[in-house]
Design a binder for this molecule. Structure first.
Ligand code: HEC
Length: 178
């Protein structure tokens, strides 16, 4: 009687066992889904300002191009990666305020050498400016066009990029209207 009871309890435990692998499997699935749907991506899903941005005919497409071609270095939210790429958030629009800055944005190596077409690259540049630094974009800003970007990227900056960048930022600092 006593031993029967123990066996019954043992069987109950045995019957309960297969649930654990199932639970672990489900948890694994949830983790995988969480990684695939990277929450940092969710935070940069184009929002209202992108939809109406001049020079951006398809914000969703611009965002996808950014995701595939630029965010690896500049991070999804444009905050940059220490030692790899500068942050664009709250800074990139300042280049448009100094002579040569507009050209710099189309000639900087990461932009000029991108595999994107001229039209897609122009759209990404416009999208990036509105998305990450709308406050610094001058009111008179005329969006980049495929023609202009094609011209700029045909004269890419090379070794001198860092020097040109520093020079432009110093000028922006001095002429800061903020
Ligand atoms: C391999 C890394 C890398 C990739 C990919 C990359 N960039 Fe950059 N980007 C840089 C670095 C580094 C700089 C700083 C200038 C330099 O030294 O080249 C820069 C500078 C810039 C600048 C000028 C702003 C500043 O503060 O100097 C803009 C605008 C920019 N990138 C946009 C983009 C866009 C748009 C893409 C995608 C089409 C892109 N980048 C892809 C590394 C990258």
């Amino acid at each position: 009687m006593h031993s029967q009871g123990r066996r019954a309890a043992g069987q109950a435990r045995v019957r309960g066992v297969p649930q654990w692998p199932l639970l672990l499997w489900l948890m694994g699935l949830l983790c995988a889904a969480a990684v695939l749907c990277d929450p940092t991506l969710a935070t940069v899903t184009p929002s209202a300002p992108d939809a109406a941005a001049p020079g951006v005919s398809n914000a969703q497409r611009a965002w996808q191009h950014w995701t595939l071609n630029c965010q690896g270095c500049h991070r999804p939210d444009g905050t940059g990666s220490e030692g790899t790429a500068p942050g664009l958030a709250q800074t990139v629009g300042r280049f448009l305020r100094v002579p040569g800055g507009r050209e710099y944005l189309g000639r900087v190596p990461g932009v000029a050498a991108s595999p994107l077409s001229d039209a897609d690259l122009a759209e990404v540049l416009n999208w990036m400016l509105w998305r990450f630094d709308a406050a610094d974009v001058p009111a008179a800003f005329v969006p980049y066009t495929a023609l202009e970007v094609g011209h700029l990227r045909s004269q890419p900056l090379r070794m001198e990029a860092a020097r040109v960048r520093r020079h432009l930022l110093e000028k922006a600092e001095r002429s800061s209207v903020r």
